[in-house]
Design a binder for this molecule. Structure first.
Ligand code: HSE
Length: 435
């Protein structure tokens, strides 16, 4: 059997998982790939750090460029994270005609158009299954399994850290900071966890899915990206009383020539598949015009699930190399210029609105008058009896309303004397699963 040389850039949580599997599962991988996968070089940041994988003499280096340039390395696995150095290294590999496997969603969301073009010019594969939803093969599903479909909608729980935090808060009453610390210890979170909790990581993944579905790269700065920092234990409890769970969603919708891409926490009704996704699991619901709804569910973060996705890509690259089929998959060149982003003001959803209201006669009338003056109709109200400094918590669920009108109403509500400092609004996604 022939041998192919592998170089890994980065040996953190995922890099060490990939290295370990390449060493310990070599016969299984050779059988699957049709070639022996030999780990020849690994770039690390700190050579002196102790790690749970051992390497033969000469494999480790702290010079990532030397790994890419090494003639014995045929395939480069980029797990270094970050954008600038990763971009330089991936470009270097692709330009040299070396196929690249990456888990780097920030890199692809920001520079995907350029990188895919360079891969195509150099007849190299750039595979990225590990960039979205961990072990869940959603990239392969969109590029291959659903290739005959016009994609109408993708809704995903795409961040394992946030889903883990929300589940711990909801099921165990755990405080946000404690749950985040746990998620970091378990290797779910990004090196900078604000990327997880502020929605940036979900945005990167949603932008990659949108690029695959519509061949158009949108800019993160043009879409709504809200994270989960503002979600309190109270919100999860009130949502549960109302029959919902709160999930951080990436939502991608096509409406004619407009694509809506938005990232935000949302109340999801109990009974919907996405509401039952817990812990570090991810799920992606895809509606195609032929397939109807398909749902992909699995472990979305952490060493093993991400290693699973990286190795799937490595096996694919090797199969392509041995059959001369590199570049077989369609290029994501971002040329669907007729598509534009749908303005956020045009979004129409229901809202959950939590406020502290003065416990006095006539206050609700003022609130409903304000909402009504913006065309927003109230669907239900939940008022708690716990009075603190004369204020009581109240939760208003609205009917479907335009985002622009809802935001204008909030601007008027916030400064009212009858309204306390904390005003929390969360969108509600009542989406039906298509037939
Ligand atoms: N930090 C990411 C998450 C890792 O929590 O989902 C997987 O991309």
């Amino acid at each position: 059997m022939k041998t192919v040389g592998i170089g890994i850039l980065g040996c953190g949580t995922v890099g060490s998982g990939v290295a370990q599997e390449l060493q310990e599962r070599s016969s299984l991988l050779a059988e699957r790939a049709g070639m022996v996968l030999e780990l020849r070089r690994v770039a690390v940041r700190d050579l002196s750090r102790s790690r749970d994988v051992s390497f033969e003499e000469g494999v480790l280096t702290d010079d990532p460029r030397s790994v890419v340039a090494d003639p014995s390395v045929d395939i480069v696995i980029e797990l270094i994270g970050g954008v600038d150095l990763a971009r330089e290294l991936v470009l270097m590999a692709l330009t040299a005609g070396k196929s690249v496997v990456t888990a780097n969603k920030a890199l692809l969301a920001e520079h995907g158009k350029e990188l895919f073009a360079v891969a195509a010019e150099n007849n190299a594969d750039l595979f990225f299954e590990a960039s979205v939803a961990g072990a869940v093969p959603i990239i392969k599903a969109l590029r291959e399994g659903l290739a005959g479909n016009q994609i109408q909608r993708i809704v995903g729980i795409l961040n394992g850290t946030c889903n883990y935090i929300l589940t711990c808060m909801e099921d165990g009453g755990t405080e946000f900071d404690v749950a985040l610390k746990d998620a970091m210890e378990m290797g779910y979170a990004e090196a900078d966890p604000s990327l997880d909790i502020d929605g940036g990581d979900t945005a990167h993944k949603a932008l990659i899915l949108a690029a695959l579905a519509y061949n158009r790269f949108f800019d993160q700065s043009d879409i709504v990206v809200d994270g989960i920092r503002g979600i309190a234990l109270d919100d999860l409890q009130y949502a549960a009383e109302l029959g919902y769970r709160i999930k951080l969603l990436g939502v991608i919708l096509q409406d004619g020539d407009q694509i809506a891409v938005r990232i935000h926490p949302a109340l999801v009704p109990h009974g919907r598949m996405l509401a039952s996704v817990t812990g570090s699991y991810n799920a992606v619901m895809v509606d195609g015009h032929l397939s109807g709804t398909t749902v992909f569910h699995g472990r979305g973060a952490g060493r093993e699930p991400t290693t699973s996705a990286v190795l799937a890509d490595v096996v694919d690259v090797v199969r392509n190399l041995s059959s001369g089929a590199t570049g077989r998959l369609p290029v994501v060149d971002g040329t669907a210029d007729h598509l534009s982003l749908r303005p956020i003001e045009d979004m129409r959803v229901r809202y959950y609105l939590r406020m502290e209201l003065l416990d006095e006669p006539g206050v609700f009338a003022k609130i409903s008058e304000c909402l009504g003056s913006h065309g927003i109709s109230i669907s239900s109200v939940l008022q708690k009896s716990s009075v603190v400094d004369g204020f009581v918590p109240a939760i208003i669920m609205t009917h479907v309303a335009p985002e622009g009108a809802f935001c204008a109403a909030l601007e008027e509500l916030r400064p009212m004397d009858a309204v306390g400092d904390e005003v929390v609004s969360i969108r509600v996604e009542e989406f039906e699963e298509a037939e």
